[in-house]
Design a protein around this ligand. Structure first.
Ligand SMILES: [Zn+2]
Length: 185
């Protein structure tokens, strides 16, 4: 990763990136992580000093980022005090991959929904009474409504399938864009 690359600037200003980080550490925590946007890595005491925050707060925020696999750390033992000092490093690749994974999960569930809609047996409904019936029941009634004797109409789920496909297309494009941003880092 190089800060000089334009891809990194795209990353820093990416709304999806900000939303993902905020969803993990909240608005207050985001201020801590944002500090790393400009310096890439720093130990938690440096960050706490710079932002005038408690070091435990900084560590808890960065640890949350770590459990979501969005940052790396190295640690060293303080020779005088004997405790560990953690140096945290922001990893844009991990953040983009997390975003892509989330969108791919959503994409899988959309494909599943389309499949369900396509395999569903077509139903019928009465437009005047807003009654829906399964095919065998409609057949039994000779396709006339039991309430008003009006003609039953086939229920069309093509609109729903079209909507799902539109969402799939949009999401696929979004994944492609994220992949480009990842490659541009
Ligand atoms: Zn009816």
């Amino acid at each position: 990763m190089s800060k000089a690359k334009s891809g990194y600037n795209v990353f820093k200003n990416d709304e999806d990136v900000r939303l993902l980080i905020k969803s993990v550490v909240g608005d207050e925590g985001f201020e801590i992580v944002k500090h790393l946007f400009d310096i890439e890595k720093a130990d938690e005491f440096e960050i706490a000093d710079k932002l005038d925050r408690d070091v435990n707060f900084v560590r808890s925020v960065m640890y949350k980022m770590y459990t979501h696999n969005l940052v790396n750390y190295t640690r060293r033992r303080d020779p005088e005090k004997g405790w560990y000092i953690y140096t945290w490093e922001l990893v844009p690749e991990k953040i983009y991959n997390a975003l892509i994974d989330k969108k791919k999960e959503r994409l899988d569930s959309l494909f599943q929904k389309v499949e369900n809609e396509q395999s569903r047996e077509q139903g019928f409904h009465c437009p005047s009474c807003s009654i829906n019936l399964e095919f065998p029941k409609a057949l039994e009634l000779n396709f006339s409504c039991f309430a008003c004797s009006g003609m039953l109409q086939p229920l069309d789920n093509h609109i729903r399938i079209d909507d799902l496909n539109t969402e799939i297309k949009g999401l696929s494009e979004k994944i492609g864009l994220l992949q480009n941003k990842l490659n541009g880092l």
